[in-house]
Design a binder for this molecule. Structure first.
Ligand SMILES: [Cu+2]
Length: 497
């Protein structure tokens, strides 16, 4: 079934209504721009074109990167839950590409991960895929290429687009939707530099993990090894524009604005605050939370999404931005402007607060017992690959090949699995499971249930567990979504027996 002309118009008007992606409309659905093309035999519902494109993040600040449909962020694609779509993926670059439908329950040949066996979109070639979008909610698509030492490749590029899968029944207790993509550009390598992690709670560290991790690091440095590379950035943007150089979000007092926020970073944790306002979080990674809760700011690991309603009840001209002063001053912000208010955008830091996933769960809820538990320990070999850290899952680094490796765990359809993860490093890891949605069951020793996600942040020397039901047969990739980590070993495969 094709997206009808009527649905296309609806998608267009909703998109234009955000005022944030003005270039998206014409380029998003070229095959649906004319009735005849959309109706003719063989036209795809959507076309996504991968090509090198200059993007202007601020006046005279132009980046050359790879994008979707010549824009950053890529097109916002609105699907309808359960309504089959055909998408043409056109690759105009010299590199075979993978386009991953993050957070969707799709088959392997659609998912977009070479490690699972999805065919590449050939360089200067194309693939047509067809699938039923599901589950409903805020998803996204991005490249799944390995970048390795090439900081222009993979998720360092501008290959990020948003997907909104409209549910069969939209709750709709808001006045408008605004989609925001947080993303840095111009990456460079640096040595060391710990990621800030004092926001995550509970922060219970496991002594055994800490002793092992610290001993390994100490031994490496004693041998004269430098600290492994990390990545830093020059330019920070929301919806592809640095703070002060994008279109403001214009609001009216009393409006309820539903923000859909995506951390499109390759490597960084992001936060987002709006002075004088709070966020009523209704969904995490696109999945409604059992206990919608109000928080002073949002905190997102790489690839995480948050949907939150902000009631516009504090008139003024505000900077909605990252709580990190350096990153915000270098562009990670967007202006929110009330009607008839003028002046310089104001920033004030939010109150101290800790991000706790269990806050969004029903208090006292408990998850059913799993049929089987997989134990996983993640560890770092400092600087052993040309100065890059190598990452291991239960002692094994995934081959640096972009290709399929033997599966480490085997699933039986219909069974419920628990993945109990232990982090023997001091880094935070955004852990992602492909082609399935999981339920958080333990955060740093605290039991929880009911929060459904596809990425979870695992703190340094901490443990996290999630459960999932094996309901989508085929190779399934499990990895850290931090590009430097996944590229240097932090991946493993599940298969179905
Ligand atoms: Cu990681």
């Amino acid at each position: 079934m094709r997206v009808s002309r009527r649905n296309f118009l609806k998608a267009t008007s909703l998109l234009a209504g955000t005022t944030l992606m003005p270039r998206a409309v014409g380029q998003m659905l070229p095959s649906a721009q004319s009735n005849s093309a959309a109706e003719s035999e063989g036209a795809a519902d959507y076309t996504i074109r991968i090509a090198a494109t200059p993007i202007e993040v601020a006046p005279k600040k132009i980046i050359s990167t790879t994008t979707y449909n010549g824009q950053f962020p890529g097109p916002l694609v609105r699907f309808k839950e359960g309504q089959k779509v055909t998408v043409d993926l056109v690759n105009e670059t010299d590199t075979p590409e993978q386009l991953h439908w993050h957070g969707q329950i799709v088959p392997v040949d659609v998912d977009g991960a070479a490690e699972e066996g999805t065919p590449f979109i050939p360089a200067h070639g194309r693939r047509r895929i067809s699938f039923v979008p599901q589950p409903s909610g805020y998803r996204f698509f991005h490249t799944h290429n390995r970048a390795g030492e090439d900081l222009s490749a993979g998720q360092y590029s501008g290959q990020v687009g948003q997907v909104y899968i409209e549910p069969k029944r939209e709750p709709g207790n808001y006045d408008r939707e605004v989609f925001l993509v947080l993303k840095e550009f111009n990456p460079t390598l640096s040595r060391g530099g710990d990621m800030p992690q004092d926001v995550l709670t509970p922060a219970t560290k496991l002594k055994a993990l800490q002793e092992k991790g610290e001993a390994a690091m100490k031994a490496s440095l004693a041998k004269g090894m430098p600290q492994g590379y990390e990545v830093g950035y020059d330019l920070f943007t929301i919806n592809g524009r640095m703070l002060g150089h994008g279109e403001s979000i214009r609001v009216k007092q009393g409006q309820r604005v539903l923000f859909h926020v995506l951390n499109g970073s390759a490597t960084e944790i992001r936060s987002l605050a709006l002075p004088g306002h709070t966020f009523h979080v209704v969904a995490l990674d696109g999945n409604p939370v059992p206990n919608p809760t109000t928080v002073p700011f949002l905190w997102l690991g790489t690839a995480e999404r948050i949907s939150a309603i902000v009631e516009m009840n504090h008139p003024g001209v505000w900077i909605m931005g990252d709580t990190d002063d350096d990153d915000r001053r270098r562009g990670m912000g967007i202006v929110v402007e009330y009607a008839a208010r003028k002046g310089k955008p104001q920033w004030t830091p939010p109150p101290r607060f800790r991000w706790d996933y269990t806050r969004f769960a029903k208090p006292g809820a408990s998850a059913p017992a799993p049929d089987e538990t997989f134990e996983m320990t993640f560890a770092k070999d400092n600087a052993v690959v040309n100065g890059f850290n190598r990452w291991t899952v239960n002692g094994n680094a995934y081959p640096f090949s972009n290709m399929m490796a033997p599966a480490s765990s085997h699933l039986k359809e219909g069974r419920r699995y628990r993945v109990h993860m232990r982090n023997e490093s001091d880094d935070l890891h955004p852990i992602h499971l492909h082609r399935h949605t999981f339920e958080l069951t333990n955060i740093a020793g605290k039991q929880t249930a009911g929060v459904m996600k596809d990425v979870v942040m695992l703190g340094g020397y901490q443990e996290v567990a999630f459960d999932f039901v094996a309901n989508n047969p085929g190779m399934t990739l499990f990895h850290c979504h931090q590009q430097l980590h996944m590229d240097f070993g932090f991946m493993t495969l599940f298969d179905y027996a």
